[in-house]
Design a protein around this ligand. Structure first.
Ligand code: AMP
Length: 647
C-alpha cells in the first residue's frame, strides 16, 4: 500500500506534507524547496513540465505555459468569475460543450482538470522521490467557497494524476486541524485566509478531537492581487505626473508595472520604504525612452490599502453573525495565505478579534500540514479496521452518527403542509439557457482570449528568479528594484520574511482520528417559475446533508423534467450562480401534475453534490442525468484516467 499525503494545490504555489513517525512535515524537493509554483508548460515535443521548470518558461514561452489554472477550474466560461480572470492571462482560453473552459496550447485544447492533473502528477513524483516510497493517496485542499463543480473537477484532477483522492478538504478546515490536532483543546478559533485571489474567514470550534465549523464566509473577488492593483494605479498616476504619459493603453508597460508592484508590496511587508526603477518603460513625444523611478513608503501603502482590509473585516462580521457568536469569544486567530504577511492586516485583524495572531504558524505550509494530518487520520482508520464494512473514511463514519441528517420536503424552517410538488417552469429556464449562449457564438468573446505579448523587455528583470537558497539574509531598510539583469539593490530578490520558518506539527502518540464537521458555504437551490430560486439546502448547513423535494410535470404528456440547480442565497436566479441541470427522463406520459418524482440533493463530506430521484408512483429509481456547467462528464474522465495511466 502506498503512502498518503496532503496537498495544498494553490493558485500561485502548491505545498505537500506527510505524517511520518509522530510528525507532520512539509515535503521538500531534491534541493530543499518547500513550495512549488503551480505552473504547467507544454513543450514542442508534446510533453509537459511543471512547477519551477515551467515557471522559467513563463518568460520564454508564455503562450504555452499555464499558471493560475485554479482560477478557471470548474468555472463556466461565460460566468463573471472566469471573465474577470481571463483579462490577465497570458495564454489563450476557449471553451467546449457546456461552456467548459479549455486552454489552447500548441494546437490542442486541454481541459482544466487535465492541467491540474499534470501539476498533481509532478507533485506525486516529487513525493515518491523525496520519501523513497510509492505515494498513491491524497487529501487535496480547496478554498471553502469552492462550488460543487470546482470541487468535483479538483477531485477528477487527482484521479487523472493517479491518486486515490481520500478527501477534498476545505483549506481553513485543514488549517484548523494543523493547529489543533491531538491537542485536546477546547476553544473557538478563527482562520483568516487572505491569499492571492480570494479571501475567506472560517470560525471553528475545537472540542478534543472534534473540529466543528461554525461558519464560513468569503469574498471571491478580494485577494493579494488587489493590493498589487493599488500600487499599479499609484505608479500610473505618478508616471502621468512626472512625464505626462498615461501607460494605461500600453499592455507591456502595464504588465511590467504589475510584476514590480507585487515585489514592492512584498518588500513593504518588511521595509519602511521601497524604490523601483523600470528603465525604458515608454517613449516621450520626441521618441526618447523614459526611465521610471518610483518610491513608496509603507505608510502610503497602508493608507491606500486600508479599504481592502476593511472589506475583509466586513466579511468577518458576516461570519460571526452566521456562527451566532460574538467576536470576543474567539480564543485564537490563525492566519493563512501569503497576504497575511502584510503587517497592516496582522495588526487590524488582531485588533478586530482582540487576540494576537498566531504568527509562528507558517501561512504557506499550514494547509498542507492539515491535509497530511487528515490523510493520516483517514488511512490509519482504514488500516485499523481491516474487516470494516465499505465505509471508506473515518470521519464519514463518525459524521453519520453525529449531526442529524435533515430530510424534509422543503428548506429548513419552512412550513410544509404535506408534499406540495414544485412545478417547474421548464420553458423559461430553457430560454434563459439559450440566452446565455447568445453572444458566445462558438467564439470566445472579445478580450476572452488574451496572451502576454512577446517582447524583449526582459521579464527576467522583474523578480522571476528563484528565491535565494539562504533564507535568513538580514533585510536592509530600503531596497531598489532595477530592471537590468535581475539586479536588486540592497535587498534579496525574494524577501526573507516570505519564506517563513519551517513548520511542522507533532502528532500526539495515539491520536489518529479527528471528527471534522464542516459546512456548505453557499445555499443550494433550484430554479422555479418566474425566474425565482427555491432554496433546497441552506447556507452554512452542516455536511454531509440531504434534502429532498417533490417535482411534477407542468403539462399533459410531459416525459422529461429539467431541474436547474443554482448556488447562492438570492430569491432571484439571475443573482445566483447556475451550477448545471438535472434531467429527469423516461417519465410515463400522464396528465399534468399526476406524476410525482422525489428528488434528493445530497452534499457529501467532500462538499460535492449528488442528485438522486425516485418515482413516488412506482417507488423506483428515476433516471437522472446531471450536466454541470464547467464540468467534465464521466466518460471523458475515464478516458483521461486511462490515457495518463498508460503514459
Ligand atoms: P497564496 O495564495 O497564499 O499563495 O498567497 C499569494 C499572495 O500572497 C500573492 O498576492 C502574494 O503577492 C502575496 N504575498 C506573498 N508574500 C507576501 C508578503 N511578504 N507580503 C505581502 N504579500 C505577500
Amino acid at each position: 500500500m502506498g503512502l498518503a499525503v496532503g496537498i495544498d494545490l494553490g493558485t500561485t504555489n502548491s505545498c505537500l506534507a506527510v505524517v511520518q513517525g509522530n510528525k507532520a512535515t512539509v515535503i521538500s524537493d531534491h534541493i530543499g524547496r518547500r513550495i512549488h509554483p503551480s505552473v504547467v508548460s507544454f513543450l514542442p515535443d508534446g510533453t509537459s513540465v511543471a512547477s519551477y521548470e515551467a515557471r522559467e518558461r513563463q518568460i520564454t514561452d508564455p503562450r504555452n505555459t499555464v499558471s493560475s489554472f485554479k482560477r478557471l477550474i470548474g468555472r463556466d466560461f461565460n460566468g463573471p468569475e472566469a471573465m474577470a480572470s481571463l483579462a490577465d492571462l497570458p495564454y489563450e482560453v476557449g471553451f467546449g460543450p457546456d461552456h467548459v473552459p479549455l486552454i489552447r496550447v500548441r494546437d490542442q485544447e486541454v481541459s482544466l482538470p487535465e492541467i491540474s492533473a499534470l501539476m498533481l502528477r509532478h507533485l506525486k513524483e516529487l513525493c515518491s522521490e523525496s520519501l523513497g516510497a510509492e505515494v498513491d493517496k491524497a487529501v487535496i485542499t480547496v478554498p471553502a467557497n469552492f462550488n460543487d463543480v470546482q470541487r468535483s473537477s479538483t477531485k477528477i484532477a487527482g484521479r487523472i494524476a493517479g491518486f486515490e483522492v481520500l478527501r477534498i478538504l476545505n483549506e481553513p478546515t485543514a488549517a484548523a486541524l494543523a493547529y489543533g490536532f491531538g491537542g485536546e483543546r477546547s476553544e473557538k478559533i478563527a482562520i483568516y485566509d487572505f491569499g492571492g485571489g480570494t479571501f475567506d474567514i472560517t470560525i471553528v470550534e475545537l472540542a478534543g478531537d472534534i473540529f466543528k465549523v461554525l461558519a464560513t464566509a468569503g469574498d471571491t473577488a478580494l485577494g493579494g492581487d488587489d493590493f498589487d492593483t493599488v500600487i499599479v494605479e499609484e505608479m500610473r498616476a505618478d508616471f502621468i505626473d512626472k512625464h505626462g504619459v498615461d501607460l494605461a493603453g500600453n499592455t507591456v508597460a502595464m504588465q511590467r508595472l504589475r510584476l514590480v508592484a507585487e515585489r514592492v508590496k512584498c518588500q513593504l511587508s518588511c521595509l519602511e520604504h521601497v524604490e523601483a526603477t523600470l528603465p525604458e518603460i515608454a517613449e516621450n513625444r520626441a521618441g526618447r525612452a523614459i526611465d521610471f523611478h518610483f518610491k513608496m513608503s509603507k505608510s502610503r501603502f497602508e493608507g491606500l490599502c486600508r479599504p481592502l482590509v476593511d472589506r475583509s473585516l466586513d466579511v468577518c462580521v458576516e461570519a460571526f453573525k452566521l456562527a451566532g457568536i460574538d467576536r470576543s469569544s474567539v480564543d485564537n486567530l490563525v492566519l493563512v495565505g501569503g497576504s497575511t504577511r502584510i503587517p497592516l492586516i496582522r495588526n487590524l485583524v488582531g485588533r478586530e478579534f482582540g487576540v494576537r495572531p498566531r504568527v509562528e504558524i507558517n501561512p504557506d505550509e499550514v494547509v498542507a500540514i492539515g491535509a497530511a494530518i487528515q490523510a493520516f487520520s483517514l488511512t490509519r482508520y482504514q488500516m485499523s479496521r481491516p474487516s470494516a464494512p465499505p465505509e471508506p473514511y473515518a470521519a464519514d463514519k463518525r459524521c453519520s452518527s453525529a449531526p442529524p441528517v435533515v430530510w424534509s420536503d422543503g428548506p429548513k424552517g419552512r412550513e410544509s403542509s404535506g408534499p406540495l410538488p414544485a412545478v417547474l417552469d421548464v420553458f423559461s429556464d430553457a430560454s434563459s439557457d439559450a440566452k446565455s449562449c447568445e453572444g458566445a457564438g462558438g467564439e470566445p468573446p472579445a478580450g476572452g482570449s488574451r496572451r502576454r505579448p512577446s517582447d524583449d523587455f526582459g521579464w527576467l528583470d522583474l523578480g522571476l528568479s528563484e528565491p535565494p537558497e539562504e533564507p535568513h539574509v538580514k533585510a536592509p531598510r530600503t531596497s531598489v528594484i532595477k530592471r537590468r539583469k535581475d539586479v536588486v539593490h540592497g535587498a534579496p530578490s525574494w524577501p526573507p520574511m516570505q519564506q517563513g520558518d519551517a513548520f511542522s506539527v507533532d502528532i500526539k502518540v495515539g491520536a489518529t482520528n479527528a471528527l471534522l464537521l464542516d459546512v456548505t458555504p453557499r445555499a443550494l437551490g433550484i430554479g422555479t417559475a418566474g425566474g425565482f430560486c427555491d432554496t433546497i439546502i441552506e447556507r452554512n448547513a452542516a455536511i454531509p446533508v440531504e434534502q429532498s423535494r417533490l417535482f411534477t410535470t407542468s403539462y399533459d404528456g410531459q416525459t422529461e423534467v429539467v431541474v436547474n440547480i443554482y448556488q447562492g442565497e438570492s430569491r432571484r436566479v439571475s443573482d445566483n450562480t447556475r451550477l448545471g441541470q438535472v434531467l429527469l427522463s423516461s417519465i410515463r406520459a400522464a396528465p399534468r401534475g399526476e406524476i410525482k418524482i422525489r428528488v434528493t440533493f445530497e452534499i457529501d463530506t467532500d462538499g460535492i453534490l449528488g442528485v438522486f430521484a425516485r418515482n413516488e408512483e412506482t417507488g423506483e429509481a428515476q433516471s437522472t442525468r446531471i450536466v454541470l456547467s464547467g464540468g467534465l462528464d464521466e466518460i471523458t474522465v475515464r478516458a483521461l484516467v486511462e490515457k495518463y495511466a498508460s503514459e
